[in-house]
Design a protein around this ligand. Structure first.
Ligand code: GLC
Length: 553
């Protein structure tokens, strides 16, 4: 299980209103109590913070507001002392335009770093039209930025202040690999790879074809044939894997690479190579779900097909870029609880974003006041009244507000008299770690229970997954079993755990097909009686199958 910490908003140890690495160290026990196995920290490296750390100006240093290299080391060691693994965020598609590499590269066409970024002459008279039709990740604008210094265009796939590194240049590649080794030597267990699908663009700079695409959780107007998920990006994944494998035997087991890549399951699968690529890729489809048994059955079936054991799907319900789950379910906690059950019982790696475990909600903010550079760039030219009606509009600040630890002023995130860098959610007194701690039925206790059962039961943490065929009398019920063939009480009997989710707004009665014992229920009115399971609307149950009396078709 991977828990994402967004350091700026997790915990502030020195009262300046910004979270920091010492704050993370101080709260590691919360993560241990929750049942976390690995923490992934969003970037805390040297950066002008125009994209809050996703714009790095030195890969091997820590931004002073977060701590020092020593604090980073102390965090790695403190996590390891508690049995936690640590992943850092590797942002190598681009750097900040404040990185000294870029400053040099921009200075002239002939300096030693001139080819460290992707520079091209423009088209048209005087070269003042961008070199080709590549769009930035926001789609609206060209990905090319004009540099008056060089009288040339540089590529910035994300935002203009994030120039793309030229990873085809062997010197750049080596510099990046050295930064990776720098952290591996300090004991880091792996990396989450930021927008990894874009690392290698077409070397011939061919125009992308026009054509609207709905691809996983992303909708696009232009296809990204020549900029995203190219064969060379897949090859680069293998080169990076070879670098982390240099450290595989030096304590702590394998070092893991987890890619932020977008595409169909078939495309994403390619990043894993034949066991010689990335070990994990995020599967983002659950971020854009339809609340129905059919949607989840189809997605799970597709992922089981493309990522069969020993490969592992990596499921996501929240992160620092997308709406909080509780808002996506329209504030319906019952729905959020059923999805938590799915997340924690599916085969593979569940990921949790800080605050998800207490059902933190988006903090509504005016777009005009956004700090998030995407919200600013995307909506700067759209009237607020129109913006309010755009579906999926998101000011990412809304999901990055301070972690809600307790009911004190500032929610225990920072000193009660400090000014937090983003406002604390106004409802924090009713929703925080302290008020949910030990309270049966709270979201926090549900996550704790799910993660405990998951680690205790081999079928849940390493077993195979079998989807039950659709039950025509309960089409809105999804059932699957997790089966561990390696252990189990008695000669050769596998341990079996069954998970059933009722997506319907009416109750359902289910025949589990054997004698079962209740492990987790999202609702107190879930009952096992007379060999049948009763599931109220929007509920989920996890049961141990003690004895089978009938088999599924
Ligand atoms: C990824 C990050 C996002 C960041 C972007 C640019 O999508 O998750 O927060 O803004 O990459 O690095």
């Amino acid at each position: 299980m991977i828990y994402q910490v967004y350091p700026r908003s997790f915990a502030d140890s020195d009262g300046d209103g910004l979270g920091d690495l010492q704050g993370v160290i101080d709260h590691l026990d919360h993560l241990v109590d929750l049942g976390v196995g690995t923490i992934w920290l969003s970037p805390f490296f040297a950066s002008p913070q125009e994209d809050y750390g996703y714009d790095i100006s030195d890969y091997c240093d820590v931004a002073p507001e977060y701590g020092t290299l020593e604090t980073a080391q102390a965090l790695i060691d403190a996590a390891h002392d508690r049995g936690l693994k640590v992943m850092f965020d590797l942002v190598i598609n681009h750097t900040s335009d404040q990185h000294p590499w870029f400053a040099r590269s921009r200075a002239s066409r002939s300096n030693p770093k001139s080819d460290w970024y992707i520079w091209r002459d423009g088209r048209g008279r005087g070269g003042r039209r961008p070199p080709n039709n590549w769009r930035s990740a926001m789609e609206v604008k060209s990905a090319w930025q004009w540099s008056a210094d060089r009288q040339q265009w540089y590529l910035a796939t994300f935002l203009p202040f994030q120039p793309d590194l030229n990873l085809r240049n062997p010197e750049v590649k080596e510099a990046v690999f050295e930064a990776v080794r720098f952290w591996l030597r300090r004991g880091v267990d792996g990396f989450r790879l930021d927008i990894f699908g874009y690392v290698m663009k077409d070397p011939e700079f061919r125009d992308n074809p026009f054509g609207p695409v709905v691809d996983g959780s992303q909708t696009r107007i232009w296809q990204r044939t020549f900029t995203e998920n190219t064969d060379d990006s897949i090859a680069f994944a293998k080169e990076l894997r070879a670098v982390v494998d240099e450290f595989a035997d030096q304590g702590g087991g394998d070092r893991v690479l987890l890619g932020e890549v977008f595409g169909t399951p078939e495309t994403l699968r390619r990043y894993l190579g034949d066991g010689d690529g990335l070990q994990l890729v995020f599967l983002f489809d659950f971020l854009a779900y339809t609340y129905s048994a059919e949607f989840f059955r189809d997605r799970i079936a597709a992922y089981e097909r493309e990522f069969p054991p020993p490969l592992q799907p990596t499921y996501v319900l929240e992160n620092h870029d997308r709406s909080r789950l509780i808002d996506r379910v329209g504030g319906d906690e019952a729905r959020a609880r059923t999805l938590a059950v799915l997340l924690c019982t599916l085969r593979g790696v569940p990921t949790i974003y800080q605050g998800q475990e207490i059902a933190m909600a988006n903090t509504p903010m005016r777009l005009r006041e956004a700090r998030d550079p995407i919200a600013r760039s995307f909506f700067s030219w759209v009237p607020e009244a129109v913006v309010q009606r755009v579906p999926e509009r998101l000011n990412r600040d809304e999901v990055r507000t301070p972690m809600q630890w307790n009911s004190e002023p500032n929610a225990g995130f920072t000193s009660p008299v400090a000014v937090a860098w983003l406002p604390v959610h106004p409802g924090y007194r009713d929703r925080n770690v302290a008020v949910q701690d030990g309270v049966e039925g709270s979201m926090l206790e549900l996550y704790r229970l799910l993660l405990r059962i998951r680690s205790e039961r081999p079928s849940l943490h390493r077993g195979s997954l079998r989807l039950r065929p659709v039950d025509p009398s309960n089409p809105e019920v999804l059932t699957y079993e997790r089966i561990d063939h390696l252990t189990g009480a008695g000669a050769g009997s596998p341990e079996v755990t069954m998970i059933t989710v009722n997506f319907a707004s009416s109750a359902a009665w289910i025949e589990p097909g054997g004698r079962v014992e209740l492990l987790v229920a999202t609702d107190p009115s879930v009952v096992v009686t007379g060999g049948r399971l009763h599931l109220p609307p929007c509920s989920a149950v996890v049961v141990a199958v003690m004895e089978r009396t009938s088999t599924w078709p």
